[in-house]
Design a protein around this ligand. Structure first.
Ligand code: GLC
Length: 527
């Protein structure tokens, strides 16, 4: 099996991980100083870095004006090389973000495309004439609010932007765009990166005829929580089948390198059968289309169990599963599922079959930070009140000093009241902390083949408890019992308790039945 199957991925949001120069914003030299935390203290196998490229920062780096350079806010290419080397020296892989769907409107490609209808780069973006009524070409909406089309006065056409108006969509039907973006990929692959996380991967191909999306009742569709955007079935503005041959070509590019490089795609599709298509008919597209369903799951044993069964059933032969419980676009899991479920969530994520992706700070059990209106900066939240993502992007608290060890300056987002008590230094001192639970889980997972590569099978458990067995040939089988209820539950399990989320009965033996505490989870080894 490959590293991206057996390993654990950790997402770093560079603005918020560690500030190295005192300007209040995290940067690459900052991360360099925390490499040992990631490789030794925590023990993750790979990091995914959210964008650090040149950008006007309208969408905090997801609006790129130069794909092949580091924004001065984060450092320079030499800092990136040093960071990559430091991770590689410790056996940690590095995945970088690739934003293929759109650039910044200040990218030279767009400036040229916009400069005139006859410019050779005109067709690098999606330009269209007004619709019959003189308005936008069709009814498509931008994910961050408003219509997806912006009128360009000087050339008399609209351009498409699936997100902010300063994030024009590239036209991937133009082979020159594909060639340019594949060159960008080669640039980073040759520097040594181990793979890409593809931003809104399935958005890159839309209906070539620009047909209207069907209008649906609000509050029922897949994007029902996204205000006006939720009033359409997004049939035509993303996910056109032509995306599959493109991903096959991209995969071939990655496969051309001797050491294995990974493609992970941000694919927001809830139907597992449709979602599974992104692995490719012959497992020749994305290695891992992100599986986001746990994020919004009903936090109940039977619902989670059913979801895992559904995923396992939908997975094509040879496809490898993965799970996500948090990222820079979602409310912190501790707030989403409640504080009493933080530990159970950690055990679930790190004991299921498939690659887990951890979001920085979730290993501390951090909550969503309430951001006062005058400190809100996320453009989505500013355009659609209530949908802001600042609360999950606050700086990582490392210690009890005024800037929490994150910065000696003024942090770009407030640290929030939790930082003072929940920082890394305090949690390392406390044997029962959430951080020490994550460390124990990561150590267990790494040490036990059944956990990092074994099969998955549900086992009998009382109502409200999710039980499953993980088993690999030649390795000790493992049973996991997760109590999703607020009451004690008696479960039948014999063996050595390798870990409990309460951290206080690890190492004891069970001969038969065990009483799980409310919200307790255990890993039992059959030996
Ligand atoms: C993805 C990113 C998100 C970004 C958006 C537009 O969803 O995860 O942070 O705002 O794409 O680039």
């Amino acid at each position: 099996m490959e590293w991206w199957q057996t390993g654990v991925i950790y997402q770093i949001y560079p603005r918020s991980f560690q500030d190295g120069n005192g300007d209040g914003v995290g940067d690459l030299t900052g991360i360099l100083g925390r490499v040992d935390y990631l490789s030794e203290t925590l023990g993750v196998d790979a990091v995914w870095l959210s964008p650090f490229y040149r950008s006007p920062m309208d969408d905090f780096g997801y609006d790129i004006s130069d794909y092949c350079d580091v924004d001065p806010l984060f450092g320079g290419l030499d800092d990136f090389d040093r960071l990559l080397e430091a991770f590689h020296d410790r056996g940690v892989r590095v995945i970088v973000d690739l934003v293929p769907n759109h650039t910044s409107d200040r990218h030279p490609w767009f400036l040229e495309s916009r400069s005139g209808r006859d410019h050779p780069r005109r067709e690098w973006y999606v330009w269209a004439d007004p619709g019959p009524d003189g308005g936008p070409p069709n009814n498509w909406l931008a994910a961050f609010g408003g219509v997806a089309w912006e009128w360009d006065e000087s050339t008399g056409q609209y351009y498409l932007h699936s997100f902010l108006r300063s994030q024009p969509d590239l036209n991937w039907r133009n082979p020159e765009v594909e060639a340019a973006m594949f060159d960008v990929m080669r640039f980073w692959l040759e520097r040594g990166v181990d793979g890409f996380r593809l931003d809104v991967a399935h958005f890159v191909m839309k209906d070539p005829d620009l047909r209207d999306n069907p209008v649906i009742e609000p509050g029922v569709g897949a994007f029902k929580d996204m205000a006006e955007y939720g009033t359409q079935d997004h049939l035509y503005d993303k996910g056109h089948p032509d995306v599959h041959p493109l991903f096959r070509r991209m995969r071939a590019l990655l496969d051309g390198y001797r050491s294995p490089r990974v493609a992970i795609g941000e694919i927001h599709i809830d139907d597992y059968r449709q979602w599974a298509a992104y692995y490719g008919a012959d497992r020749d597209e994305l290695h891992l289309p992100f599986n986001f369903r746990l994020l919004y799951a009903d936090w109940q044993a039977d619902a989670i169990g059913a979801l895992v069964d559904e995923l396992e059933a939908a997975l094509p032969t040879g496809a490898w599963p993965n799970y996500v419980l948090g990222n820079h676009d979602e409310p912190r899991l501790a707030t989403r599922f409640g504080p009493e479920n933080r530990r159970l969530a950690a055990m679930l994520l790190l004991t299921l079959r498939g690659t887990p992706t951890l979001y920085y700070g979730d290993e501390l059990g951090l909550f969503e930070v309430e951001i006062p209106p005058d400190r809100q900066v996320d453009p989505w939240g500013l355009q659609v009140p209530g949908l802001g993502r600042d609360g999950c992007r606050t700086p990582m608290p490392w210690d009890g000093t005024p800037g929490a060890g994150f910065t000696r300056g003024e942090p770009w987002l407030p640290l929030g009241p939790q930082a003072a008590a929940m920082h890394v230094a305090a949690q390392l001192e406390d044997p029962g902390s959430v951080l020490n639970l994550y460390r124990a889980l990561l150590g267990l997972r790494r040490g036990m083949p059944s956990l990092h590569r074994g099969g998955y099978r549900r086992i009998e458990a009382p109502a409200g408890v999710l039980g499953y067995r993980r088993e690999a040939p030649g390795a000790a089988p493992v049973a996991v019992m997760l109590n999703f209820t607020g009451e004690g539950q008696v479960v039948e399990a014999a063996g050595e308790i390798a870990l409990s989320t309460t951290m206080n009965r690890t190492g004891t033996r069970s001969a038969g039945s065990i009483i799980l505490a409310p919200h307790e989870g255990i890993v039992i080894v059959d030996r």
